[in-house]
Ligand binder design. Structure first.
Ligand code: LLP
Length: 400
């Protein structure tokens, strides 16, 4: 399914619209094997830390296809990115320019960059995953006027011998199901591109429009096609560029969730079932450590009992709800608050769908629970691409 998603993007975006690129957002799910898969599919990668970059390079990911994001990059991370010859650094704070300049000079290279701007659009999504609003902690406000953060940054980058400013980057938010927020942002960014051209004589040759395509949570509901987003975005960009008399820049997209989410299934073993007067708890051998998304965003999931997927749904005796909960010492350690699932007992295995994105990548060792294994399955074959953590892994590097 992950490969099919990559191919859909190639067919209906990269081939349909010229001068375009896709950089998979590794934060959604990154291991060496997924980095290799993405590289083999011909896509690029968006990384946000030294660790993500290191993981990708350890899988021989071509560095020129890697872009480095991050709102608080350290000197070390910037130096590592430059020395690794990443294709782009996406400047999130103007202070990064000086640091990039110094390390690029030291390495004897001209670093290609784009500058991230906050388009000033409040995305229709959970507030923790909206990033495009004016007061966002990401990027610089989309303001081209003399003396603004952006105009100063553009002037600095353009005058530097060691920096090649290719254009701009924006990301509206994540888990978006319509195109309105993209279109609004594209209108604002186009106005900004016109302003930069008229006021600073700076041409945006490249526009990175981030990620954010939504993933459905119910495996019985068909997924959104990527072209639903990309056609609307490209048409809006082309219309706006025409309106302002601008050349159409190279377009880069950074989808993460849409590529991997629906391919992921988490298997849990039921430890016990607790029938209380008002509620039934199904407690499993994982929880917020492998999937913190209910605790953080009240995210919804669907589950089935694996050897009885079409069996009758269990109902609580007096109409109470059925909650699938984890094993952490927290009442908020919930996987599905109000689940529809077959009757299960201790030892049964249940499958939670749509856990490919922001589960493994956000997992923790809370309560000293080891991280689960990751298994790739294709054409009836499976292989472990990331081993289950051992007890030894939990105490690695600790002293008395
Ligand atoms: N590009 C940038 C600059 C981003 O900040 C993000 C996501 C993406 C691309 C990829 O967005 P996607 O296509 O995956 O929606 N932990 C949250 C999601 C955080 C997203 C952060 N940025 C969750 O579990 O829903």
């Amino acid at each position: 399914m992950i490969k099919a998603r990559c191919r859909e993007l190639s067919e209906t975006f990269l081939k349909r619209w010229e001068n375009t690129r896709v950089r998979y957002a590794g934060k959604a799910f990154l291991t060496r094997a997924i980095a290799k898969l993405i590289a083999d599919e011909g896509l690029g990668l968006d990384v946000v830390s030294m660790g993500e970059l290191y993981t990708a390079l350890s899988a021989d990911f071509p560095p020129e296809r890697i872009e480095m994001n991050g709102n608080a990059k350290s000197h070390k991370e910037i130096q590592y990115a430059i020395n690794s010859k990443v294709g782009r650094i996406i400047v999130d704070h103007p202070d990064e320019l000086k640091i990039i300049e110094n390390y690029a000079k030291e390495a004897g290279i001209v670093q290609k960059v784009t500058i991230r701007v906050a388009p000033g659009v409040d995305a229709h999504t959970h507030k923790y995953i909206a990033t495009g609003q004016t007061d966002s902690k990401f990027g610089v406000p989309a303001d081209y006027r003399e003396g603004s953060m952006l105009s100063e940054a553009v002037k600095y980058a353009v005058s530097s011998k060691y920096i090649n400013l290719r254009g701009l980057h924006f990301h509206v938010g994540s888990q978006l199901f319509d195109t309105d927020d993209y279109i609004k942002s594209i209108e604002k960014i186009s106005e900004l591109m016109k302003g930069l051209k008229d006021n600073l004589n700076f041409t945006v040759n490249e526009l990175n429009m981030g990620g954010g395509f939504g993933a459905v949570i119910n495996p019985k509901i068909p997924a959104m096609k990527s072209a639903f987003y990309t056609d609307a975005m490209m048409n809006a960009l082309i219309d706006n560029c025409k309106k302002y008399g601008l050349e159409i820049p190279r377009v880069v997209l950074e989808p993460g969730r849409w590529i991997v989410s629906e391919a992921g299934i988490t298997l849990y073993t039921v430890e016990n079932v607790r029938e209380l007067p008002e509620i039934t708890y199904i407690a499993v051998d994982g929880g917020m450590t492998d999937n913190p998304r209910f605790a953080l965003y009240q995210a919804e999931y669907n589950a089935v009992k694996v050897d009885d997927t079409d069996g009758a749904i269990y109902h609580h005796k007096s109409g109470g709800k059925v909650s699938i909960v984890g094993k952490c010492c927290e009442s908020g350690d919930i996987l599905i608050d109000d689940a529809e699932i077959q009757e299960v007992k201790a030892g049964d295995v249940i499958a939670l769908f749509n856990t490919g994105a922001y589960n493994f990548s956000m997992s923790s060792n809370y309560n000293c629970l080891p991280r689960p294994a990751v298994i790739f399955a294709e054409d009836g074959k499976s292989r472990i691409v990331c081993e289950r953590q051992s007890m030894k892994d939990l105490i690695r590097g600790q002293t008395l």
